[in-house]
Design a binder for this molecule. Structure first.
Ligand code: MBD
Ligand code: FE
Length: 280
């Protein structure tokens, strides 16, 4: 039986994502002159938009209420990662020549259990979804295998929910840190995730609906690939022909990141994807 507190809600996933993010207490060393230059440009751009559109007092007050609501629902990690992170990622990996990156999103969990190169991700005994074997090799830019690499993988289940952020999914499900073998190879068995819908019952969903946009991300695997002396790449992989692949609300799809799995006679899908890491 499903009880009330097991129903995923915007406030529930938002609170979990905000609590996880806030626990890290991030900091950086932006000098005051740089901060001032950025803040000046942001405020000028905002002033120009208010002027161009003739923004009214009622609109300004609704904006204020909406900003308050996003905070109260814990949806800042969600809203920012959906609408802003893709620009940050593009700038951060400008000139990078290995595997293309994509946004981390709000649902990464660090320090997931270590798994051997050939593994099945933790899943429920009755886990739904098409079985998927995702295999490949991690190499450097010269093509040399990277036996010290790890692949952190996390993804939604076949209903589109992430463990640790949805109360109906047990902690640890569909997450792990895979240690590649001596040839840098891995083969991970999991299930195909469903597309992800931004919660429609919170302020991010309200904003999307009022704008007449859609709240969907295409089905995706999240990956973070690390190796000694190499630059960590955070990315996502998508499925050819899947819903929303050509129209991601988070603008995070790149053509190099689309998988083309093939089904075997048992209905298990197989796909190979190799990762190439730049020097640190
Ligand atoms: C997701 O699953 C996601 O990957 C991003 C980037 C934003 C919201 C939900
Ligand atoms: Fe995601």
């Amino acid at each position: 039986m499903t009880t009330l507190e097991q129903q995923p809600t915007a406030a529930g996933s938002g609170a979990a994502a905000t609590a996880k993010f806030a626990a890290a207490r991030v900091s950086t060393d932006t000098p005051p002159e740089r901060l001032a230059a950025i803040a000046t440009d942001v405020l000028q751009a905002l002033g120009r938009i208010i002027d161009d559109h003739g923004i009214t007092y009622p609109e300004y007050r609704v904006l204020k209420q909406w900003l308050i609501d996003v905070g109260e629902y814990g949806e800042w990690p969600l809203w920012l990662d959906v609408f802003v992170e893709h620009n940050i990622e593009e700038v951060a990996y400008r000139g990078h020549s290995g595997t293309k990156g994509s946004i981390e999103g709000p649902y990464y969990v660090a320090d997931t259990p270590r798994l051997p190169a050939v593994s099945t991700l933790p899943m429920r005994t009755d886990e739904q979804g098409t079985p998927l074997v995702f295999a490949g090799q991690v190499r450097d830019l010269e093509g040399a295998p990277l036996p010290g690499a790890t692949i952190e993988i996390w993804h939604a289940d076949a209903q589109g929910y992430y463990s640790h952020f949805a109360p109906n999914v047990p902690d640890g499900i569909l997450r792990g840190t895979v240690e590649v073998d001596e040839q840098g190879r891995f083969a991970i068995t999991t299930v195909r995730p469903a597309p992800y819908q931004i919660p429609t019952d919170g302020p991010t969903g309200w904003f999307i609906e009022k704008a007449g946009w859609h709240p969907w991300r295409p089905a995706h695997l999240h990956l973070m690939v690390k190796a000694p002396d190499k630059r960590t790449i955070t990315t996502q992989l998508y499925f050819v022909g899947g819903d929303w692949v050509d129209d991601d609300v988070a603008s995070a799809v790149k053509p190099e990141l689309i998988l083309r799995p093939t089904a075997d006679t048992d209905g298990v899908e197989h796909v190979d994807y190799d990762f190439v890491l730049d020097p640190a």
